[in-house]
Design a binder for this molecule. Sequence first.
Ligand SMILES: *Cc1c(COP(=O)(O)O)cnc(C)c1O
Length: 215
Amino acid sequence: MDLAKNLARVRPLLGNATLVAATKYVGTDEIAQLAALGVLDIGENKADAYLEKRAALQNLPIRWHFIGHLQSNKAKGVVETIDVLHSLDSLKLAAEIQKRRAVPLACFVEVNISGEPAKNGVEPEALADFVRELAKYDKIQVIGLMGMAADTPDEPRIEASFRLLARLREQIQRERLPHAPCEFLSMGMSGDFKIALRCGATHVRLGSILFRNEA
Ligand SMILES: *Cc1c(COP(=O)(O)O)cnc(C)c1O
C-alpha cells in the first residue's frame, strides 16, 4: 500500500471538501502516517477501536470524528473526547451526550437517505421535528447532516439520495435555529464520493480508496 500515492490521487478531486479518513481498516501506524501527510481528520466507527487508537495517538493533533452508529450504552468515553459526531440519530443518544459533555459537541444528524427501511438514521420525514427537539440539549450543536447512499451500481439512485440530503439541509437552514446552523453535508465514501461532491458534500469519508494496494 502506498498511502502517499493513493492520497495524492484523491486530494485533487476534493476541492474544498474536508477529507475524513475512515481508518477502520488500519492501525495506528497508518494513522500516524496520514497525520504526517496532513490528514488530521480521522474517522473511526467502533467505540472500542476509537478508544484504543486515540489513547495510542494522543500526542498527535488529530481531530477525531466518530462516523459509525453509536449505541448509547457505548457512548461513555467516546462522546466526552471526540471532536465531531457524524451519526446522531436518536434522542437517547442525545441525552447521553447531554449528560457526558462539558462543552457542546459538533454533531451531524444522520438521515436515512438510502430508501432502505433497515438502515440507521432518522427518516427524512421525521428530520425537522427531530432537529427541533434537539434545542433542549444545550450540549449539542447540529453542524450538518450525514447520509449514506445504498450500496448499488445505480448512479442516478445514489445521486437522488445525495440531492435529497442537500435539500433537507436547506430546509433545516431556513428555520434559522440557533442550535442547528446545519452548514455541512457529510456524504460520499470511496465508491460514490465523486457523485457526493457534485451534490455539495463538504465532508467525504474515505477508507478503502486510501488504503488499497497498488494495481
Ligand atoms: C468505512 C466507512 C466509510 C468509508 O468507506 P469506504 O467505502 O471504505 O471508503 C465511510 N463511512 C462510514 C460510516 C464507514 O464505516
